[in-house]
Design a protein around this ligand. Structure first.
Ligand SMILES: Cc1cc2nc3c(=O)[nH]c(=O)nc-3n(C[C@H](O)[C@H](O)[C@H](O)COP(=O)(O)O)c2cc1C
Length: 170
């Protein structure tokens, strides 16, 4: 069976929820899936592909996602990677001009695709400095995650992997 690691860096759960939806969809497409926080991954042995996501804070991926890439670089170089980011809020379009910079740590790896998904913001969860930043930029509060878009993307990953790897795993 094709084995996929879905790994994620998430501060308040929005990106983790996206990772879980992706994992559910990959499982429904008959792939074997593990979901792990990026700072809990010990080894990539046995995995055929990685889906890696991070929340965006102050224009960058969270440190745990960047550290994961650094630590697992050798193993990551041997497999296809799908990347996603969660950040923009409300109906602000995903800043695709920034997208390349977000995944700069993955620049010499085999990244098949990178999607920037709309995220979630709950003021009540934030630290006081974060709340001040969110207020200053008039960040819209709410859960804006687009589950259909997320699940569609996951199905595309599953189909690509099955088309490429199914014979190896028959
Ligand atoms: C202090 C702060 C800074 C943020 N900076 C950015 C940013 O630079 N770009 C962006 O697209 N989203 C930014 N966001 C929005 C978050 O990325 C978004 O809420 C995300 O879905 C949170 O994911 P998490 O719950 O997994 O941590 C910021 C949010 C906070 C609270």
């Amino acid at each position: 069976m094709i084995k996929v690691l879905v790994t994620v860096a998430s501060k308040y759960g929005a990106t983790r929820g996206i990772a879980e939806a992706i994992a559910e969809e990959l499982t429904a497409e008959h792939l074997s899936v593990e979901v792990k926080l990026a700072d809990e991954v010990k080894s990539l042995i046995g995995f055929d592909a990685v889906v890696l996501g991070s929340a965006i804070y102050a224009g960058s991926w969270l440190p745990e996602a960047r550290t994961f890439v650094f630590k697992q670089h050798e193993a990551l170089a041997l497999m296809p990677i799908w990347a996603f980011s969660s950040g923009p809020l409300g109906d602000s379009p995903a800043p695709m001009d920034e997208a390349g910079r977000l995944i700069a740590p993955l620049s010499d790896l085999n990244v098949r695709d990178h999607q920037v998904f709309v995220g979630m913001l709950n003021m009540a969860n934030l630290s006081i400095p974060e709340r001040l930043v969110a207020k200053a930029v008039h960040a819209p509060q709410g859960d804006f995650r687009d589950w259909e878009e997320i699940r569609d993307w996951a199905r595309t990953i599953a189909r690509t992997l099955r088309a490429e790897l199914e014979f190896d795993h028959a």
